[in-house]
Design a protein around this ligand. Structure first.
Ligand code: FES
Ligand SMILES: [Fe+2]
Length: 366
């Protein structure tokens, strides 16, 4: 196979046999489609729980004042709404009264969420029932906090929720990225996927150096400089990027804070910023939305689109593996693999409630 100048990848990779048969429309549908013959979470060792942190829920513009929407993340049914004061709030969607789903047919009453079934009204910040229009009294069990509350902030055009299984308050902030509110940068260009695997396995991909050659077809192992902070980690990779003008030397700098905030800057011939939104729906399902933005004055339209297409293609290639990947508690690592053990030790800090023991060491299986 000859190198294609539109493509930074040089070697044929096995997963292309899955992907190349698809038309662009079929590939688009495949990115989101349910997976057939899926094994159970337990069979795949994906019963790891969810890592704590800030996670993207939806775009700010997708939640207008007075609107309630259903969401499913962290294995829970959720209802998110924007009150008349403009603030977004979120609660578990199932009503304490008789179990209606408040994300479907619920209403915003002032800043409260009103259940569609009998109009009980919930205060999202306090996690309790504030009003029952037809009743002179409120049962004592729902007068006080009866629902988990969710810290919410908005940044980078996104509504973020803090997830912690034990209700610990946020341990670090959501980072504001200046380009996301800069009028000189383009609107978000989106591609989304359902990945039928675990968020931890997806995160591990960036330090899995050997796979770049076999899944993505890169000619050489990337030259990556990794930094591990208290809650964040970052990488600077100098790599060749394929463009319609041939190969260019580029720099790819990525940063993640906790399991749910990550972004990537591509610099070289055309600046591109990727806001990567990955939120776990269930232990074997991650909703991924990639938002790309570029400087408006960029004179490199085709190149800019080629960079985006290349990143999207890499995600497609990884998805083929992630959709069926098991979690191996004690992987056998060889020389040439990246710092996978280090990544797992680092990532384990995001799992709560295990006395600080690395989560992946708790349930060793043969
Ligand atoms: S079920 Fe929600 S008010 Fe009755
Ligand atoms: Fe990858």
């Amino acid at each position: 196979m000859t190198a294609d100048v539109k493509d930074a990848r040089t070697a044929p990779v096995a997963v292309w046999s899955v992907l190349e048969k698809m038309s662009p429309e079929e590939r688009q549908a495949w990115r989101l489609a349910p997976l057939e013959n899926k094994l159970s979470v337990v069979e795949r060792n994906l019963d790891l729980g969810f890592a704590f942190g800030w996670y993207p829920m939806l775009l700010s513009k997708e939640l207008e004042v007075g609107v309630v929407k259903p969401l499913r993340y962290f294995g829970q049914e959720l209802a998110i709404w924007r009150g008349e004061d403009g603030k977004a709030r979120m609660l578990g969607a199932i009503c304490k009264h008789l179990g209606a789903h408040m994300g479907h047919g619920g209403k915003v009453h002032g800043n409260y969420l009103e259940c569609p079934f009998h109009a009980w009204r919930y205060d999202g910040e306090a996690g309790l029932v504030k009003d029952i229009p037809y009743s002179p009294s409120i049962p004592s069990r729902v007068q006080k906090k009866c629902k988990k509350t969710w810290p919410i902030v908005e940044a980078n055009q996104i509504v973020w929720a803090w997830y912690h299984p034990e209700g610990v308050e946020p341990l670090y902030p959501v980072e504001h990225i200046p380009e996301c509110s800069d009028p000189n940068w383009t609107a978000y260009q989106e591609t989304s996927w359902n990945i039928w695997g675990s968020l931890q396995n997806i995160g591990e991909n960036g330090v899995d150096f050997a796979h770049f050659q076999y899944i993505h077809g890169t000619a050489n192992l990337p030259d990556a400089k990794l930094k591990w902070g208290e809650w964040d980690r970052s990488a600077i990779v100098r790599a060749k990027m394929g463009t319609p003008r041939g190969m260019v030397d580029g720099t790819i700098s990525s940063k993640s804070i906790g399991p749910g905030q990550s972004w990537v800057r591509f610099e070289g011939i055309c600046e591109t910023l990727l806001i990567a939104c990955l939120t776990p729906v269930d232990e074997d399902h991650v909703h991924v939305r990639y938002f790309f933005l570029q400087p408006k004055d960029s004179k490199t339209g085709r190149v800019a689109q080629a960079i985006i297409a290349d990143v999207v293609k890499q995600m497609d290639q990884d998805k083929v593996v992630w959709d069926r990947q098991h979690y191996v508690y004690t992987p056998i690592i060889c020389e040439g693999d990246g710092p996978i053990a280090k990544f797992r030790m680092f990532y384990s800090k995001y799992y709560a409630g295990h006395d600080g023991k690395p989560r992946h060491l708790l349930k060793e299986k043969a």
